[in-house]
Write a protein that binds this ligand. Structure first.
Ligand SMILES: Cc1cc2nc3c(=O)[nH]c(=O)nc-3n(C[C@H](O)[C@H](O)[C@H](O)COP(=O)(O)OP(=O)(O)OC[C@H]3O[C@@H](n4cnc5c(N)ncnc54)[C@H](O)[C@@H]3O)c2cc1C
Length: 379
């Protein structure tokens, strides 16, 4: 067993952290306060080589694996989860194109993501189908060489800024098993009948764009089907196995960032005539925070490593996401507590970390869904 990162992985990690400090930190507070999606960040991320890290060289990418995506995710999340989402979800949903798309689709779409010329989205959740994503109602009916799509999607990251989205649709309402009814279909956002409405007032990751989408008689060529008709649900579960591991990496990075800030703060803040850090009770808390972060990091790296070896383990990925999300919420609570009243106002970043962390227990599968995945494999 080798726990060492390679030279290339260390380089990617350093590049990502420098980018986060130089390009993200200066705008993080303002983007959070104003719910601003900073489009200009994408060109800078492209120049730093941080877009489409997993895209193979034949489609214009650097050809790294998901271990490298996890490392980049961790470093960007250390500084700001919302801006991390802005940069790294430019490819969201299009992992499906890499996993299941045909050569033409890969050649047409993936290079645009690496070049920062396009942004994608993954549209699965509906107003009445979140955790139970198989309850999807959005219909895609085949008419000649086209699908005609009708329905609504909810909470879609990049919904108002994307160029296309990969949409989970019901294509066979009569299929015996409900998991055989869906397909993944690529829908360009400028198609007639597509409407996106930005959702404002999010608790955290406020720089990231989130939208409600409606499809009204939207016509797309049948060639926009990704993978096989009727396999959409299973394809989506494969997609989530990968992307949930990246959410786990978000938790590791965010918690590390909160700990870094707290370690600095308790050495500077004097209480009862001495720095807070001199209290053993404070040191114990920092030690527990650091330990839990390291545990989450290890399970996350293992899950990412296994993905790159072609040994996807849904139980391990679910463990990584559930544990890391819960850990991040716990660490941020401690971090804010140790900042006292100062931690509660938005001049200090720790309250942003605290608000941002919660979504890690909700999106890409609420933590209860992860626990069901784990439990199912125990029986
Ligand atoms: C900021 C943000 C960005 C998002 N981005 C995207 C995106 O890009 N694309 C997309 O498709 N979706 C996206 N989502 C949606 C997200 O994946 C869903 O919100 C999530 O899957 C939960 O679904 P729901 O909100 O419908 O909750 P529900 O399914 O209504 O569940 C509510 C709660 O009940 C609990 N619960 C549910 N089922 C069970 C069970 N069987 N046993 C025990 N407890 C249970 C969980 O705690 C859950 O949080 C995003 C959400 C947010 C907040």
């Amino acid at each position: 067993m080798n726990f060492q990162l390679t030279e290339a992985q260390n380089m990617v990690k350093d590049t990502a952290y420098k980018f986060a400090v130089n390009e993200m930190e200066p705008i993080a507070k303002e983007c959070d306060r104003e719910e601003r999606y900073p489009k200009e960040l994408l060109k800078k991320a492209r120049d730093a080589g941080l877009l489409g890290v997993f895209v193979p060289e034949e489609y214009g990418g650097p050809g790294f694996g998901f271990m490298e995506v996890a490392l980049v995710t961790e470093q960007l999340s250390r500084v700001d989860l919302g801006l991390c989402a802005v940069v790294l979800t430019t490819t969201f949903g299009s992992e499906n194109i890499l996993f299941f798309g045909n050569e033409e689709q890969k050649g047409n779409y993936l290079p645009l993501l690496v070049n920062g010329e396009a942004v994608s989205a993954g549209a699965y959740t509906e107003p009445d189908a979140g955790t139970d994503v198989a309850a999807t109602k959005t219909r895609a009916v085949r008419e000649g060489d086209e699908y005609v799509i009708n329905g609504n999607k909810m909470f879609i990251t990049n919904g108002t800024v994307c160029d296309w989205m990969v949409v989970l649709c019901v294509t066979d309402q009569e299929a015996e098993k409900r998991h055989q009814r869906q397909s993944l279909i690529l829908v360009e956002s400028d198609r007639k009948g597509v409407a996106a409405t930005k959702i404002r007032g999010k608790m955290g990751i406020r720089a990231s764009d989130t939208a409600e989408i409606s499809f009204e008689d939207v016509r797309v060529p049948a060639g926009n089907l990704i993978g096989q008709e009727g396999k959409g649900f299973h394809q989506l579960m494969h997609f989530f196995d990968v992307t949930r591991t990246m959410v786990a990496a978000q938790g590791v990075g965010l918690a590390q960032g909160a700990l870094d800030k707290t370690v600095r703060y308790v050495q500077e803040r004097n209480v009862f005539g001495k720095p807070l850090a001199f209290n053993q009770g404070v040191q114990f808390q920092l030690a527990e925070m650091a330990t839990r972060i390291e545990l989450a990091r290890n399970v996350t790296y293992k899950a990412a490593y296994e993905i790159d070896q072609g040994r996807i383990d849904p139980k391990l990925n679910a463990m990584a996401k559930y544990y890391s999300g819960e850990m991040a919420v716990w660490v941020c609570d401690k971090a804010l507590q140790l900042h006292g009243g100062y931690g509660y106002i938005d001049e200090y970043d720790v309250q942003r970390y605290y608000r941002d962390a919660k979504v890690l227990e909700i999106y890409e599968g609420a933590k209860e869904a992860e626990k069901l995945t784990i439990a199912r494999r125990l029986f």
